[in-house]
Design a protein around this ligand. Structure first.
Ligand code: ADP
Length: 174
């Protein structure tokens, strides 16, 4: 498995699946969620509504999958990150669960290349450095990671891009 760090808009990435930082309603929202629904078109929202009707949305830490409408990827994996409200172990575990459950869905759907945004690091206020550490650790420790060919961490700002690069450099040197 190869890790790549890109400074980019996740809606423009050509991979099997991009991950959406959704909310529990699955009905779309701001940030990356808004961008994915805007560019992906109605197909994604229709599939989200079907899932919502079946199972009542998506819980924090869990993930669901839809096709990707007009986006260049094949699938969108929607996961719901925790809202940060102080340094709590529970929140870190829930963020790790987002990455873990997204990867599980990826393997189940034969997805070989996957791009993650910084889940919870926007409107949900998770500190970017802590979130990046959890993201990288969870990916590297995923038991079926050999079934994935490439994981891209998509950074939307220079600060995140530097955090991911610094963390990966540290891991390489170990
Ligand atoms: P959350 O509610 O989980 O915090 P947000 O969408 O507010 O989700 O933010 C998650 C991260 O995604 C933030 O770091 C934000 O800068 C980033 N982001 C926003 N739009 C995009 C985009 N189009 N592509 C990639 N990352 C994005």
């Amino acid at each position: 498995m190869k890790i790549e760090i890109l400074k980019a808009d996740i809606t423009e990435i050509h991979v099997d699946a991009i991950v959406n930082a959704a909310n529990t309603s699955l009905l779309g929202g701001g940030g990356v969620d808004g961008a994915i629904h805007r560019k992906g078109g109605k197909v994604i929202l229709d599939e989200c509504i079907q899932i919502r009707n079946k199972q009542g949305g998506c819980k924090v830490g869990e993930a669901v999958i839809t096709t990707a409408g007009n986006l260049p990827s094949k699938y969108v994996i929607h996961t719901v990150g925790p809202v940060w409200n102080g340094d709590k172990e529970e929140k870190k575990n829930l963020l790790a669960a987002c990455y873990q459950n997204s990867l599980e869905l990826a393997v189940e759907n034969n997805i070989k290349t996957i791009a993650f945004p910084g889940i919870s690091t926007g409107i949900y206020h998770f500190p970017k450095d802590k979130a990046a550490e959890i993201a990288i650790k969870t990916v590297l420790n995923f038991d079926k990671i050999s079934e994935i060919e490439k994981v891209i961490f998509v950074c939307f700002d220079d600060e995140s891009y530097k955090i991911y690069n610094d963390l990966l450099e540290k891991i390489d040197k170990k």
